[in-house]
Design a protein around this ligand. Sequence first.
Ligand code: GLC
Ligand code: GLC
Length: 819
Amino acid sequence: MPGKRYGYFDNKAKEYCITRPDTPIPWINYLGCQDYLGLISNTAGGYSFYRDACLRRLLRYHYNAIPKDNPGRYIYVCDGKKTWNPSFKPVKTKLDDYKCRHGLGYSVIEGALDGLRVSTTYFVPIDINAEIWSLTIKNEGRKSKDVDLFSYAEFCLYNAVDDSTNFQRNWNIAEMEIEGSAIFHKTEYRERRNHYVGFWCSEKIAGFDTMRDVFLGKLNDYGSPDVIKNRKAANSVAHSWQPVGSHQVKLSLKPGQTKRLHFVLGYIENPQDEKFVSPGVINKKRFYDMIAGLKTSAQIDKEFKKLKKFWADALSNYQVTIDNEHVDRMVNIWNQYQCMVTFNLSRSASSFETGMSRGLGFRDSNQDILGFVHIVPQRAKQRIIDLASTQNHDGSCYHQYQPLTKKGNDAVGTGFSDDPLWLIVSTSAYIKETGDWTILDAPAGYQDVPGSDKNTTLMDHLHLSMKHVLELRGSHGLPLIQHADWNDCLNLNCFSKNPGESFQISGDIEGGKAESVMVAQLFIYSAKELNAILEHLGQKDKVKEYTRQADEMRSAILKNGWDGKWFIRAYDHFEKPIGSKVCDEGKIFIETQGWGVMAEIGIEDGKAIAALDSAWQYLGDTNGMVLNQPAYTYYRDHLGEITSYPPGYKENASIFCHNNTWVVIGETIVGRGDKAWDLYTRICPSTKEDKADTYKCEPYCFAQTISGHDSPLPGEAKNSWLTGTASWSFTALAQYILGIRPEHDGLRVDPCIPPDWKKFTITRKFRGATYNIKVSNPDGVMKGVKKMLVNGKQTPGNIVPIFKEGSTVKVEVLLGNSK
Ligand code: GLC
Ligand code: GLC
């Protein structure tokens, strides 16, 4: 029986419409696509920051507190005797109508009670460092209404960690200014900060508050503030303690009358010598200049239109028309959107990531490129160069770096064996998409050699990555795993025994003997990508050399990485296999089955199919494939963090969606479109609407994990939004199932689909031209291009050549058996 639904996809509007406030967990969306970023839940919970979720946090949020998801961007409505929020929370008065429409870069939260309807559109305009709360209030009743509205935003004291820990200091420092309908948060501005936040209302205000304790009153929470009970702002000015911003607006509405007003919360930086107009008083010119462009409803509408256009353009690079609702939602809207969000936020701020810890991951960021390079290639280019610049001259890569400083984090350091190779994968994707070969000559230095950017290019880094992995090999001829490989929790050299220490970087990996089969496979894959680049450059000798190295790696895998029916996962420090039939637990792992096929090992002799079949047989789960089986049931310090998780969770036998996509791709490589699609739908969030009470996370974005069948509570998703699953699931569906794949010399069309997909059409913008690709499959095959017409002319193979910028190309593809 289908379970309760909490909303529906509105594809036409490109929105997910949530129809009840009591979603299993807060279902969030993101605001902003450049520097000013924020998240917002369906009940208006959430926060904002400028560039860095830790060091420049603008609004406060309480993670892991009760009630959940507080505070937020609240609108309190006082109408007659009733007090309510259009977002339902925090007052929780039962509403006559409620909906939250999460769109691309904006959310509209609307509530109605007793004939009054209030709808707020929250968004961050393109190129403006501010968020807008734009309200439409309609009196749908028969009597005139006198309504009081109150806004509420709670300011974080900029450094999110300090804000939630260092109370002996920070309960003494808050400072505010109020001017007309604008409230200014200027904590620490008097000394070292040169930035402040202004919170402005388009209406003349009846009052304001900036002290949380005064606004709320004693013993109250956000659901029952004194100011709201009294229907009267107290005009409090915060000195120290917790600063907030609240405006009171009085409105009279005749029956049928609609009124619009808005709030702007803007972030401003002042040059050092322009900080003050008089001692202690902020120079607000820049803020008022910003507001000048956001004063009227017409201006707000114009900004909103720009935002919509930005997203329509962004998504227009890949659009499909197909008779399948999941493909439609994911490809055309949600998965592309999630890829952009994940690129913007990396792994910093979500319902699961507090924005206080991790920097940008080296491997994560490189993989993110795959999902959005077709949307904003320029930003991909910069990211690739930034990443390369955190590599050291010996080829080791910092595992993470800070976006503000662009320097690698010493706290985590280097020594994750897969990291260097991802740089090749992302660079290759960038060049295939854009044809911009100049990136290879872009200066990118080594982090440990200051000034080296003068004589080092990105190309040097790619060679160095290969060399580094090759140099560090173990007794089976496979790359040493060091701290870990893609699976951060396979810590085979770390032997952590003390609670609290990092599983991944404790211990001494010098002399660690453990090896990774996955990195060996990734090496072969990277060699192929790099060779395609070198061939283009005419560097035949280097191609030969990498081919030889890849062959050597392949032999090592065939000799020591094949277990009879599947690929072994790794060798531990004692040179014993992991992910082999000889193990008592963890006999088989998913990663090497996907990557083995992606590295094209055993395609001819049946090993590839056998590996995939074994994955289905031993790892299959209703929600995808679990990471390993049998799950580890006790902690083993020679295997590390993976064995720290209870069975069925995270890296220990959950469905870790990210690596499922590699098996999806593997299935398309061997031509089994039905199986590829089957696995894709199992992890696809849009198939979970009927199981929302179990699945819990948003149905419109992929999650990192779904608890596996070893868990007592299987099927629960966690860590939605910011995950490598975003880019890889888009790659799997767009490039391998639908099969439209950029290559150096054109656009490959190589679908691998379930036999009952009879036709689909794709519009793909590629290197400035628009390709309208019609695929038909009258014979019901899964793979194989029988005939291709390009602008009406039969063209051999399945690569559409590159056309001039601005041209429109008609491509007709007939699938079928060529014999
Ligand atoms: C997380 C990390 C990623 C890692 C994966 C598997 O998603 O961000 O770097 O590869 O877990 O451990
Ligand atoms: C934990 C997680 C893993 C993640 C890592 C990041 O180990 O299980 O998924 O990659 O933290 O440091």
